[in-house]
Design a protein around this ligand. Structure first.
Ligand code: ATP
Ligand code: MG
Length: 392
């Protein structure tokens, strides 16, 4: 059982002077992700490396699972830590490691040594040769292959030495908190949680807004959205979720506007309200789960009409994805099972039999003039009665 994990991170390594900002964000997210895991975790930072040291009663599987939710991590390596005071210490550490991790192995191997600690008395190639020699002597079934080894033993000689050969893949991406924030329009469907995940993966902090229509949509439908936000928050960190009561607006649109335009007009009001909260939360954009042509409200013409009410950029990370591709990601990130629970969505309750698929902006805008009498007040009411919850 190893007490230390070496955290490998990718893209953030190339950020020059901003590097410490990225590393600090990564450390912060690692701490957050490990908070619900039993055990004590001490996270240390050395140039180009982050280590998680585990103490107390900790569960390695849970620890690795939590780390696999932290964007910015490309690899999690369980490491053997041994003193770096002499070659003999390294050798003993290495032999113990091979015995534990590769018992009875007849595979090919190579040893790769890095030596940031220049006080260590031997040069890296010499340490590689000596360790290779000692492994061969103690594990005669193993052989050396320097070109295509089945096992690569990495040794890093710092104040202490770190030995590892296994890299558990992390989620990649960039640490959340390094790229501003954005407002996710989160419904109970398959797409929007995936959209939120994808933008968070680029380092963006996520806020969210959900429109419900009680009593047409149930408490269970609302809870489902909270549950989805919670699953996404395992990756993104805590999410501020605004739950907007959209019933009166929806009914008013239903009364005043042509039914085939209902969905588009409704979507325009959702975006207006989403933008209100986005600005309040200092968000730099809005995120949706839209994909071209998926439904009538996502044709190019429909997207143009919806987009026209926004002044903030609208990010649609799924825009070119087929449904199967989106489903694949939702299964991978763990939202799929919750997304397919059959509770009604506020969009589906008032859908027209034949929604327009090629809406014309000027026509939609003209239809919206039928709402002028009451709509501003209703939007204000919806905003002022919105419930905001912190999901984590
Ligand atoms: P999803 O699977 O994400 O629900 P969908 O295929 O059902 O998407 P639409 O209902 O047209 O598509 O919604 C398109 C996008 O609009 C959603 O991905 C989401 O970002 C946003 N959206 C739709 N309904 C709501 C809602 N009730 N609350 C918040 N955002 C919503
Ligand atoms: Mg939906």
């Amino acid at each position: 059982m190893y007490h230390t994990y070496l955290i490998k991170y990718g893209e953030i390594g190339i950020k020059g002077n901003n590097r410490h900002v990225f590393e600090d964000a990564l450390v912060k997210r690692i701490k957050e992700a490990l908070t619900p895991v039993d055990g004590e975790f001490n996270i240390t930072k050395e140039r180009g490396r982050i280590y998680v040291h585990c103490e107390g009663d900790w569960d390695p599987d849970e620890t690795v699972e939590a780390l696999q939710h932290v964007f910015g991590i490309v690899g999690i390596c369980p490491v053997e830590v041994c003193p770096a005071d002499s070659y003999e210490s390294l050798r003993d550490g290495m032999l113990a490691y091979v015995k534990n991790e590769h018992p009875g192995s007849d595979e090919t191997f190579k040893v790769k040594v890095r030596r940031p600690n220049k006080d260590f008395p031997m040069k890296s190639p010499d340490v590689e040769a000596e360790l290779g020699h000692d492994i061969l002597e103690n594990f005669p079934a193993m052989t050396v292959d320097v070109h295509h080894p089945q096992i690569l033993f990495d040794v890093e000689i710092r104040d202490v030495a770190y030995i590892y050969s296994k890299i558990i893949p992390g989620p990649g991406g960039m640490p959340v908190g390094t790229n501003g924030r954005a407002m996710l329009c989160l419904s109970g469907g398959i797409d929007s949680p995936v959209a939120g995940y994808m933008i968070a993966k680029r380092g963006v902090t996520i806020d969210a807004v959900y429109f419900h229509a009680p009593p047409y949509t149930s408490e269970r439908a609302r809870q489902k959205v909270v549950d989805l936000a919670r699953i996404v928050s395992r990756y993104s960190g805590p999410i501020r979720l605004h739950v907007v009561n959209f019933t009166d607006i929806q009914l008013y649109i239903y009364d005043q506007c042509p039914h085939e335009e209902l969905t588009i007009i409704m979507r325009r009001y959702m975006m207006r309200i989403a933008e209100h909260f986005a600005k309040e939360d200092n968000d730099l954009g809005i995120i949706t789960g839209e994909s071209i042509g998926q439904v009538a409200s996502q044709t190019m013409q429909s997207l143009l009409c919806t987009n026209a009410v926004c002044t903030l950029p609208v990010y649609r990370p799924l825009i070119g994805f087929d449904k199967e591709e989106i489903v694949r990601i939702s299964k991978k990130i763990g939202t799929f099972e919750t997304s397919i629970l059959p509770y009604e969505d506020c969009c589906t309750i008032f859908v027209a039999k034949h929604p327009v698929t090629r809406p014309i902006l000027s026509v939609i805008e003209r239809s919206e003039t039928h709402l002028t009498e009451k709509i501003d007040q209703m939007v204000e009411e919806a905003i002022s009665t919105t419930e905001t919850i912190l999901v984590q």
